[in-house]
Ligand binder design. Structure first.
Ligand code: HSE
Length: 389
């Protein structure tokens, strides 16, 4: 019998309990032992629910129980969750989480504690919800030099953009729908201002190149300023507007990571990924491009990844999964050096050699961001967005 606890019984935590209820017998068969939910730690009153018998309010009960193998941290944020994660790892528990804020900002420290205590700290659910992408990145693609990771990393903003473009509904209404479906963060600013996608591209970057990239060090632009004129021009010219996280390693070893709305060519598979779905494309020097697609948010999809990690942690009790990243990466900024294609819209005379999308909009490049910005100023462009072709 293996025992686990859930800390934080919100969307993800309750999803984990539900996956265990649905699939407990199959999970036990695969593990070779039953998996039991021993505690739920939450400030909410769970009396009168099927979980009343396992509800606790004191973390030290988990910390001091030698029979508890795994702790799921689905509290969110980086305050209480950080304290409880540190203490659970120090107490010799494996910890599994969906908390991208915590992994992106404190992952290096927590993985070091896990290494010292010979336990696992696993976080597949922190990027792409139910999509298995982290394990392929650090395991199946380990024989590659990774050149680029790019993707739609936030289900809420992809849902909002899809509803605005295809449903013709305004931003506020689309956001309310996303919140009602349980996709959005408690504070929707984390979604619509690109912070959530920023945390996820940092985690992908940490794992791809083994060096820490902190969310506070990358450029992050959300979808709140997207103009419906650009949405219409893009659609008419074979492009879609998508919020992308991108991370690249240049030939000289320097790295970049950023989040920005992009024009994505319809010939790129990412362009057609709609609603709450996420898609992450990884380019390796042996494999070429691989793409991972699925539900990037929601209770059961996210719980699917959490439960997979619980099982993996238990299967790697004796020899933990070697996972971690080291010193800070040397970053270049999108705004200055990175050569990309750029979309410009305004009352402009198309510069020579550009792709003309409409009377008012062009694509130039590849040019560094600083040059694109200077050009946008010179021609009086109202919009400047990177392009993925
Ligand atoms: N708010 C996040 C999203 C949840 O919409 O993608 C999953 O991380």
């Amino acid at each position: 019998m293996a025992n686990f606890a859930i800390m934080g019984f919100g969307t993800v935590g309750s999803g984990v309990a539900e996956v265990l209820r649905m699939n407990g017998a199959a999970i036990a068969g695969k593990l070779g032992e039953p998996l039991q939910l021993k505690y739920i730690l939450d400030v909410r009153d769970l009396s009168g629910t099927p979980y009343a018998g396992v509800a606790v309010k004191d973390f030290s009960i988990l910390e001091n129980d030698p029979g508890l193998d795994v702790v799921v941290e689905s509290i969110g944020g980086a305050k209480v969750a950080l304290d409880f994660t540190r203490r659970a790892l120090l107490a010799g528990k494996h910890v599994v989480t969906s908390n991208k804020e915590l992994v992106a900002t404190h992952g290096k420290e927590l993985l070091a504690i896990a290494r010292e205590k010979n336990v696992n700290y696993l976080f597949e659910a922190s990027v792409g919800g139910g999509i298995p992408v982290l394990r392929p990145l650090f395991q199946c693609l380990a024989g590659n030099q990774i050149q680029e990771v790019v993707g739609i990393l936030n289900g809420t903003t992809n849902y909002i953009l899809t509803r605005m473009v295809k449903g013709g509904i305004p931003f506020d209404e689309a956001l309310k729908e996303a919140q009602a479906k349980g996709y959005a963060e408690a504070n929707p600013a984390a979604d619509v201002e690109g912070l959530d996608a920023g945390r996820k591209i940092c985690i992908l970057s940490d794992l791809a190149w083994g060096r820490e990239v902190l969310p506070s060090d990358i450029s992050t632009q959300g979808i709140t300023a997207i103009d419906l004129q650009d949405v219409a021009i893009a659609s008419g010219a074979g492009y879609r507007i998508k919020l992308l996280g991108r991370a690249m390693k240049l030939a000289d070893g320097r790295q970049t990571a950023f989040v920005a709305p992009h024009l994505v060519s319809e010939s790129c598979p990412i362009a057609t990924v709609d609603d709450v779905f996420n898609a992450i494309m990884i380019r390796g020097n042996a494999v070429g491009d691989v793409m991972f697609y699925g539900r990037g948010a929601g209770d059961l999809p996210t719980a699917s990844a959490v439960v997979g990690d619980i099982m993996d942690a238990l299967e790697h009790r004796a020899k933990r999964r070697e996972l971690g990243w080291s010193q800070p990466a040397e970053l270049i900024q999108l705004e200055t050096e990175l050569p990309l294609y750029w979309y410009l819209r305004g009352e402009l005379t198309p510069p020579a050699g550009c792709e003309v999308l409409s009377g008012k909009a062009v694509i130039v490049g590849p040019v560094p961001g600083a040059e694109a910005k200077a050009l946008a100023r010179r021609v009086g462009a109202d919009t400047l967005l990177p392009v993925l072709r």
